[in-house]
Design a protein around this ligand. Structure first.
Ligand SMILES: [Mn+2]
Length: 319
């Protein structure tokens, strides 16, 4: 017998707004409250504990891309561990790359919902993959459709929808806290309005936005489109703060703040150079002999190296 959506007993989802809301819509479709739900990231699936799934679980993966950096170690290993533990993957609700999933799974014969590729234009989110896979089933009601649409908008940084706005605020005020994501997905599967717990998390985010206002008001314009901010002692949603500064015209943002350094296992005061442009900031800084970590568009340097790094960045912007 072909398994139905209602047979799913475990969801493993990425913790994006798309992932949370698509999982919520999926829970609504399944319609039971004994479904396991955990959140992860594509590069962290090796940490998912399959022994905590219900016995012989029928597993749906949501918004989970194949980890291209280390396929064999992570995604393929994860799928193998799921099987070894006696579970079965029955749905891959993901828009990142159908081809990558084909490489990992071989074929999609056992899947009731198959992964798609956003590059083909139709599926730009997991919400869209779930919504379109339900055409003909007519099981997704208005509430469920709205969850999928909010998920879809969220993948384009549009959090103006009813559900997207609430989930974005509640998640981003404690970004590493997956228990919030589980609570939100379960809550909105059955309810359209936030409860007092969720309202409290959203209020925390309002405090972060207030801190952003203070930080932006005190920002220094160093010329050449370089803006310097100090985030010390403030709670920040880095992505939102940086986007705000880039939208206001910053080409490079220098951000002084406490940064967690894994090698030292503690936070130290550092300076980050960031850009939204296609510039290799990290290479430019390293070329001057200054020690830097990070990636092309975001380089972290020690406070005492800021001046030297700034010279390199000015030259890069002028070139
Ligand atoms: Mn997505």
């Amino acid at each position: 017998m072909t398994p139905s959506i209602k047979d799913i007993t475990q969801i493993v989802s990425v913790g994006s707004v798309d992932g949370v809301l698509t999982s919520s819509a999926l829970l609504r479709l399944i319609g039971r409250d004994d479904v396991g739900l955990c959140f992860t990231q594509a590069f962290a699936v090796d940490k998912v504990d399959c022994s905590k799934f219900p016995a012989g679980a029928k597993v749906a993966l949501v918004d989970l891309a194949v980890n291209n950096r280390d396929q064999a170690m992570t995604t393929a290993g994860f799928i193998a561990r799921i099987k070894e533990a006696g579970h079965q993957v029955v749905a891959v609700i993901d828009e990142h790359s159908r081809e990558d999933w084909e490489t990992i799974l071989g074929d999609f014969g056992e899947l009731m919902i198959q992964p798609q590729s956003q590059s083909e234009g139709k599926y730009k989110s997991s919400g869209a993959v779930l919504q379109s896979s339900m055409v003909g089933y007519v099981m997704l009601d208005g509430h469920g459709q709205e969850l999928c649409q909010a998920a879809d908008a969220g993948d384009r940084m549009d959090f103006s929808s009813h559900f997207g706005g609430m989930v974005n605020q509640a998640v981003k005020s404690d970004i590493g806290n997956d228990a919030r994501r589980v609570y939100l997905a379960r809550h909105f599967a059955g309810s359209t309005e936030a409860d007092s717990v969720i309202l409290g998390w959203m209020a925390e985010y309002d405090l972060i936005l207030a801190d952003h206002d203070i930080i932006v008001a005190a920002a220094q314009d160093l010329g050449n489109g370089i803006i310097r901010v100090n985030t010390v002692g403030r709670k920040v949603d880095v992505t939102t703060l940086m986007n705000r500064l880039y939208k206001a015209g910053a080409r490079v943002v220098i951000s002084e703040g406490d940064m967690f350094v894994p090698a030292l296992k503690k936070k130290i005061l550092m300076v980050a150079f960031g850009t939204s442009e296609k510039l290799d900031i990290l290479a430019a800084i390293k070329a001057t002999g200054v020690q830097a970590s990070g990636f092309a568009q975001k380089a972290n340097v020690d406070l005492q190296d800021e001046a030297a790094a700034l010279v390199a960045i000015r030259a890069l912007l002028n070139s």
